[in-house]
Design a protein around this ligand. Sequence first.
Ligand code: GLC
Length: 441
Amino acid sequence: MAHQLGEPEPLDPRFDRSAWWRWDRFGMFIHWGAYAVPARGEWVRSYERLSVADYQPAIDAFNPNPDFEAWADTAQAAGMRYAVLTAKHHDGFALFDTRLSDYSTVHTLGRDFVAEFLAAFRARGIKVGLYFSLLDWARPDFPHFGDLHHPMREAEEYRGYTPDLDSYRAFLHGQVREICSNYGDLDVLWFDFSYPGMGPEQWGAADLIRIVRELQPNAVLDNRLEGSGPEPGSILTDTPTPFCGDFTSPEQVIPAEGIRGADGTPVPWESCLTLNNHWGYCRHDADWKTAPVLIHKLVECVAKGGNMLLNVGPDAHGTFPAQCRRILAGIGEWMDANSASVRGCGPAGLPKPDWGWWTAGGGKLYAHVMEDPVGPLQLQGLRRDRIAEVHLLSDGSQVPLVDAWSVADHPDQAFVAFGPQPEWTYPLPDPVDTVLEVTLR
Ligand code: GLC
């Protein structure tokens, strides 16, 4: 479906709920819990076959004093406009006040970290969401032996073990009811995740979505009541289920192109990415992505019509690792000058240029120039007679179209130069991503 150059492609009205989310484009994911104590990632129980008893020392030692205000300041300074915290991960240890279990920080520490997180981020006008694990490896009624991921999946003492899925569903629905009832309006609900053997039927997804929509009609929901990172579920089909979610959630990857449904129209999507290679705090993982790379990936997501949810894993004290803060500060510095080319933007309807990406929003086109030109830069995809003016987004300065003998054989194409001599080669004003705001005639 062709659309007006510079204007967003229309989406199916069923996605109207996520309009603010698609505007904001850039969010913070926060994976935090008792798994920060072993500091080997949030799957430590599964990977190391740790029983509930083996894991208890981590629960006992988890006594953090997080500065949620600092968390919110860091997110805001990075240009993130929504944030999603793990209310409960697969280990089953809750950061919220639950009456259905004593396996929570309210019972061990008297602290409702979810309530504190929501207050601090809401106070800054940052939209808030909760991640909630559909799996719970601490529950006796959850499948153990033979499950695909459970820590006891191969433990002989659990061979023949009989789970009680009716009991588990009642518990799961009860805790979802708690988080949807006791914490005000949630902007995002991020369920995780379905896999072979444990999916919508086992979760009771048809009933669960009724609870969610009754209590949180406006919350933007992911697709993992029936999907996972690689499995989008029915949201992309022409027969979406009531629990298909409002967006699909590719994980640790940016889709080759934007994501479209069976009818060819865009479907909202969000790539969730880690800063290193772990969601939960992992002391030995120093393979950090850099701010320039993540700026490029954020722009790529927007240029393809998606969001980026970038994860931080606070340590056992509740502190963001210093390297995370440095990376996010680097992203924030670029966003301070260029967020207009991300927020409220999406695909421009132009072919991908050699030098980077086009985004568009608010009737403007944005050239994200990430590769130095030789000589004048060609605004690839745009005829010269379509352009009224070009400005450097970061300082508003005019960047005039130029005539250069070196490109005289392309009189209908648009070229700009970053210095006085149009044929000369000049360094990009911003070596990471120089954004040009293009106003069309
Ligand atoms: C995967 C991981 C889980 C993480 C989620 C974030 O499902 O298993 O630990 O919370 O991705 O998208």
